[in-house]
Each structure stands twice: as C-alpha cells, then as structure tokens.
Ligand binder design. Sequence first.
Ligand SMILES: NC(=O)c1ccc[n+]([C@@H]2O[C@H](COP(=O)([O-])OP(=O)(O)OC[C@H]3O[C@@H](n4cnc5c(N)ncnc54)[C@H](OP(=O)(O)O)[C@@H]3O)[C@@H](O)[C@H]2O)c1
Length: 404
Amino acid sequence: MSRPSPDVRREVGMQLSYALYGAANRMARLHKPFLEPLGLTFPQYLVMLELFSSTPRFVGELGAKLDMDTGTITPLLKRLEVAGMVTRTRNPADERRVCINLTKAGEALRSEVWGITDKIKTACQLTDDGLAELRNTLDAFARPLVTERGAQQPKKDALMKIGIIGAGNIGATIARKLAASGHDVKLANSRGPETIHDLARDLGAVAVSKEQAVKDVEVVVLSLPFAKYPDLASLFSNVPPEVVVIDTSNYYPFRDGAINEIDNGKPESVWVSEQIGRPVIKAWNAVLSHTLSETGKPEGAPGRIAIPVAGDDAEAKATAMQLVGTTGFDALDAGTLAESWRQQPGTPAYCTELTQKELQSALASADKQRAPQYREALIKEFIAGNGKITHDEMVARNRAVTVM
Ligand SMILES: NC(=O)c1ccc[n+]([C@@H]2O[C@H](COP(=O)([O-])OP(=O)(O)OC[C@H]3O[C@@H](n4cnc5c(N)ncnc54)[C@H](OP(=O)(O)O)[C@@H]3O)[C@@H](O)[C@H]2O)c1
C-alpha cells in the first residue's frame, strides 16, 4: 500500500487531533438528549456514575479518578449540591477534606443514569468487543500515568509531607500540583491561615501558620517576595537538617529594594540561605507562573519544558528534582548554589521555556555581568506594557534579549 504524500498528511482529515475532536463532539451530542431531562451536564454525569460506584468519596479522590482538577470539580460539585443531588461535608478529622455523598434525590437517578450506557451503545452501533477495544485504546492514550496538567503520580512510597510558605502565583500552583499528585501539603502566608483557608482547601492543601508549615515535614518550599526572606530568620532553628528547603525566589530591585550584596554579585539563593540560616535548593524560579500552571507535560512527552535545579546537597537536590518532575517538567541539574546565578532573571535560562537540551546550552552561555542589565531592560518593558503583553510575547522577549 502506498503512503499518503506529505501534503495529504497535513490535511485536517488526516490529523489524530481532528479524529478525537470529532469523536468527543459526537459523544457529547449523543448524551445530551438523555442527560438534559435529568438536569445533568456531561461532566456531572461522569461524577454521578463515579458516586454510584461507591460513596462517600473525598473531592480529591473523585478529581483524581476523573482527571478533573480542583478548579473544575469543586464548582461542579457545588452545582450538584445546589441541585439537591449531593451533600458536601467537611471531614472533622481532617478539615481540608470535603466528603461527597448522594442525597435521596441523587440516589433516585441511579437506574436512569445507568440506563444511559445501553442507549449510547445502541446509538454507537458497536459490538461489545468493538466498544471495549476502542475504550481501552483511548484510555491508554488519555491517561499515561498522569493526574492533572502534567502532574505525575509518584510511587506511593515517594509521597511526602510538604510545607509551602507563600500562597501566591507560584506557591499556590506548586501546592495544587503536589497535592493533586498525592503529597500531603500544608500552605502558609504572611497574614495567617484563616486568610487562606478556602484557597488551601480548593488546592487540596491545609492552611497553616508559618511555624506549622516547617514542622513535621520532609520538604519546605519557600515562595515569597525576595525582600521578605529576612522575616523567616528564626523559623528554621528547630527544623531537622535533613528537611529539604527549596527556594523559588527572584530578586527584582524595583519591587524588593536594592540589596547591595546581590548587586555586587552574590547569587540570590546564597543570600536567601544566609537569611534563613540553612542551605536551600533553587528550583521553579525560572518559569513564569503561567508556564508552571498551564504547560506541564507527562515525562517523555515531546517538547516538555525543563526547569533548572541548583544546590549543594546531592540528596536534597534529587528530592527537589523529583518534585519538579511531579509538577510536569524535566528537572535539569544546574550545579551548585554558587552557580545558580545562571538561572536568575536576565539569563537565557530564565523564563524562556526551553527543553532540557536547550536549557543546558542556555545555562552554559549565561553572562553574569550582563544579566542584571537584561533583567532591568525586560522588566521595564513588561511594566510599560501595562498588562497588554501576552505570555508568549514575554517568553519571546526574554529569549530575544538574553540571546545565547
Ligand atoms: N510570578 C511569577 O511568575 C514567578 C515565577 C517564578 C518565581 N517567582 C518568585 O517566586 C516568589 C513568589 O512569587 P509569587 O508571584 O507567587 O508572589 P505573590 O503572588 O506575590 O505571593 C507571595 C506570597 O508570599 C506571602 N508572603 C509575603 N511575605 C511573607 C512573609 N513574611 N511570610 C510568609 N509569607 C509571606 C504572601 O502572603 P500574604 O498575601 O499573606 O502577604 C503571598 O502568599 C517571588 O520571589 C517571585 O520572584 C515568581
């Protein structure tokens, strides 16, 4: 049989994506007339099916099973609650866990919801074997060991207790991804746990004080504005030395004020480790929050973005690299903390969305003298853009200005 020519292969009708898109649309269309009379959307139908198989269920568990992140499943469950089909109650033994149960009205839909499966089978005109084969192929394609946008399921014995200080763009995203992968995550900010209670719950974490965030954990992630690190000076005095501390911070004088030691060349994370009185691993600092939140991919996926990880302790660095992988990125060993200036703002490795191989060259070609100058030029440009510069434009400008 002759192969299609390259031009024909580019036609939309030859694309796997187009075939899957068409199939998904047809499935939604087939379900609609059966779901509408029950007052259910398609995702709600999937949740109800899962609840009919067993209740009560925790929100995180349902989300993991259905590949829905907390931002999707939480409002969906709230709507089912308003419609009187489920109850949502907090687990008194573990405040962050919300437990879902069926109400009588929800339970009453069981036979009708189950009946939809047969109606769809008839509408698809596939044999039982044909249906099973198609489902297995699509399942293997859709779920290659991934739980949410690139967040990878670690082995059970690799699950860790993690405290995150800083609940902003970066801290909250890391919390969401690590919690979705099964890690036990505590989250703290500057104003106290009561101010991030709902946020932490939605992320699958527990809101705690800073002091609690560093207690009884294996890893601490620090993700606060650079100038605030001296506030943590005494926080680690009783934290065992084997606890891995990961720093995501970057220094921006316009925001953080001028810090002479950094301006004179001290790598940012060396300064951070001096402020808190213990070594840190630098990771997740060299990706924009949108990159971290939206572009993670499973291990081995083509074009997976790489994140540099620097630090002096090999074991601690390995742990940090493992967690970076869990958030959906290739982790690249970027050397010691003294070398970590190579991944600071204004370098070619910083927020340029490179693959592992590209990142390696970018780190090698960094220019320590010029980086602060590039950092200032770029941030000035982004601020002048007044929020109108898109994410892709930012990455493109970072690449263009810091050229390797
Ligand atoms: N945004 C990015 O694209 C990006 C990318 C990579 C790295 N980073 C770096 O990562 C760090 C965090 O950035 P971000 O954008 O996530 O910041 P952000 O959105 O402003 O959030 C900062 C968080 O830190 C908390 N915080 C401030 N001072 C604190 C203190 N003394 N003790 C405990 N918590 C404190 C804040 O809590 P309150 O709200 O209660 O004050 C807030 O939750 C920064 O160093 C940043 O340069 C940012």
